[in-house]
Design a protein around this ligand. Structure first.
Ligand code: L34
Length: 295
């Protein structure tokens, strides 16, 4: 079997077209313009490229955007003060502090300082708690994007054996939780594997849907999966540079070999990444509507 490629670019394009329309209507009917601020501490090239994409997409869709790039030496107190300023700024509906932060800054402390009604990343404990309870909240962008990819490509998750590799707060943990909920893209039986899992391959081999979010290039090989598996590759690993200095990317999955066994597979680049950015836009629109009392 050769897999059908699930294009994150195409799925994202469809959602962005819907959002663009919705944003135009918000402006026309309610004079509401959603606003997003991105805060980047330091100059990590990968983070810079993600923040640039977020800012560019905001502008394309008609979202008001502010970009705050601040030095790596910024203190925790200074960053907290900046977050507080954004919390109080009415033009801003969504606040995104790009992770990872420099080691001298306590990540949790910063994320907890973001007003939960502006927490478009869905990382604040209030939103994490609501997510687990299945209440209305901001869903974290990468898992949210993966759910949309599954649903919009008609991949059946109900009753499916879903195996997730990686237990991060950004991807693995929320992904596992969302997929076991009674919701579109949910109702699955979920197994979450991590570095202490006794026999990871035992699990990957019986997965109907395998989601890899470990940050190890090409870790998932063809012999680890069954025929017809659906592969969602979250890894964006920089494995080298081209002659003209561009990063060479690889996912967590050995794409060329695994695509011969899978029924569906997401590529890297052009898979989950563009969906993450798009769901940030969707969350920002949701935040603006909630702030304006529009349901
Ligand atoms: N606060 N920090 C916060 N929120 C997030 O949701 C993120 N994440 C992760 C890192 N830190 C964060 C992102 O935005 C990862 N991430 C992210 C976003 C977009 C892409 C990859 C990771 C993406 O668009 N990747 C492209 C390739 C881009 C490139 O050339 O580097 C792709 O097609 O996969």
């Amino acid at each position: 079997m050769t897999a059908k490629i699930i294009s994150g670019v195409d799925t994202a394009k469809a959602i962005r077209a819907e959002l663009k329309q919705e944003i135009a209507e918000l402006k026309e009917k309610h004079n509401v313009v959603p606003g997003l601020v991105t805060i980047l501490v330091g100059a990590d090239p990968a983070s810079q490229s993600y923040v640039t994409a977020k800012e560019k997409t905001s502008k394309e869709l008609g979202i008001y955007s502010e970009r705050l790039d601040i030095p790596a030496e910024t203190t925790e107190a200074e960053l907290l003060a900046l977050v507080d300023k954004c919390n109080k700024n009415d033009k801003i509906n969504g606040i995104l502090v790009q992770l990872p932060l420099p080691k001298h800054i306590n990540e949790a402390k910063i994320l907890y300082a973001i007003d939960p009604t502006k927490d478009v990343d869905g990382f604040h404990p209030v939103n994490v708690g609501k997510m687990i309870l299945g209440e209305q909240c901001f869903l974290p962008c990468t898992p949210h994007g993966i759910l949309e990819m599954l649903v919009r490509n008609d991949i059946k998750t109900s009753g499916a054996e879903v195996v997730i590799l990686g237990r991060s707060n950004i991807v693995g943990k929320p992904m596992a939780n969302l997929m076991l909920q009674k919701r579109p893209g949910g109702n699955a039986t979920v197994t979450l594997c991590h570095t202490r899992t006794k026999d990871t391959v035992f699990h990957t081999k019986r997965a109907d849907i395998l989601i890899a979010a470990v940050g190890v290039p090409k870790m998932v090989t063809a012999d680890m999966v069954k025929d017809g598996v659906v592969i969602i590759d979250v890894g964006v690993n920089r494995i080298g540079k081209t002659a003209d200095g561009k990063a060479i990317l690889a996912g967590d999955v050995d794409f060329d070999a695994v695509k011969e066994k899978a029924s569906y597979i997401t590529p890297v680049p052009g898979g989950v990444g563009p969906m993450t950015i798009t769901m940030l836009m969707k969350n920002t629109v949701q935040a603006a509507k909630q702030a304006a009392g529009i349901l």
